[in-house]
Ligand binder design. Structure first.
Ligand code: BT5
Length: 260
């Protein structure tokens, strides 16, 4: 376990990581950041844990992680972003993770709508964005990041779709170095985000997204949609060209099928 002093030492950031809270075990780093946010904590606070007893994905799903092997952390932000743009914060986090992983490993990554980063086509990182709104504006945002770094095996049902940096690149990585790099990437884009400027984030995300122009299936709890992924809507939805016309979807799990 890294101490917060170790994590802060040499960290070149202005906002992100100015306060770090490090735990051996916690329910969920997102839950902890929510408590901090409600108590008025300043933006940039980071909560990191070696193990989560209730690590969460979207829609109440769980996030599994071998204790001490990966990165599990959440960041509190308070940018004054309009609610239509609040979803872009997931892309912002994905780009920061992608850039950090690429810098540390020398490999290329993919960004998959809405909240994944992939390595060699498999999910190495999931992002859980939890926004609290005040009227039409963001009050605070919790960006939860789970990045599989040194985990070597995944449980039943995950082996097909999950991976880690160690699994793909056959070596162990320094988690502290990767975390610091992610925090620095988040920090370097944050002055844009604070001014609601997402052009650079979206450009970086689009470059890494391989689904546009391809036939995809989007599964939601209530139904499935299929069509060609055309691009992102101005508020971060996925635009699908279907036989009945274009539709924009805001949630779901995407599977790529054959080239269309
Ligand atoms: C996500 O949800 O991908 C968001 C995961 C966010 C986890 C971080 S860890 C720190 C912070 N604190 C939290 O409590 N959460 C955040 P979703 O797109 O719904 O994907 C969840 C699904 O991914 C699960 O249902 C599994 O199928 C799969 N999954 C679970 N653990 C995984 C892992 N370690 N690697 C890859 N896939 C995993």
């Amino acid at each position: 376990m890294y101490s917060k002093e170790e994590l802060q030492r040499g960290l070149k950031t202005r906002v992100i990581g100015k306060k770090i809270f490090a735990f051996d075990s916690i329910d969920s780093t997102n839950i902890c950041v929510k408590t901090l946010a409600e108590a008025g904590a300043e933006e940039g606070a980071v909560v990191i844990a070696e193990h989560q007893t209730a690590g969460r994905g979207r829609l109440g799903r769980s996030w599994e992680s071998t204790p001490g092997a990966n990165l599990l952390f959440s960041v509190l932000l308070r940018p004054t972003v309009k609610k239509e743009q609040a979803g872009f914060l997931t892309f912002y986090a994905a780009v920061a993770v992608a850039r950090a992983v690429e810098a540390v490993t020398g490999s290329t990554t993919e960004c998959k709508w809405p909240n994944d980063v992939l390595l060699n086509g498999k999910k190495c990182c999931g992002i859980l964005l939890e926004n609290s709104l005040q009227g039409d504006t963001l009050h605070y945002s919790i960006i939860g990041i789970g990045l599989n770094v040194n985990q070597e095996r995944f449980g039943d049902g995950l082996t097909e779709k999950a991976t880690s940096l160690a699994c793909e690149l056959k070596q162990q990585f320094d988690r502290k170095q990767i975390l610091q790099r992610i925090l620095e990437e988040l920090d370097s884009f944050y002055s844009d985000v604070k001014q609601s400027i997402f052009d650079r984030v979206l450009e970086e995300w689009n470059v890494r997204c391989t689904m546009f122009g391809r036939h995809v299936i989007l599964a939601r709890a209530d139904r499935e949609f299929s069509g060609t992924a055309v691009g992102l809507s101005p508020d971060g939805g996925l635009i699908l060209q279907t036989p009945k016309g274009r539709i924009t979807l805001y949630a779901g799990d995407v599977t790529l099928s054959q080239l269309s």
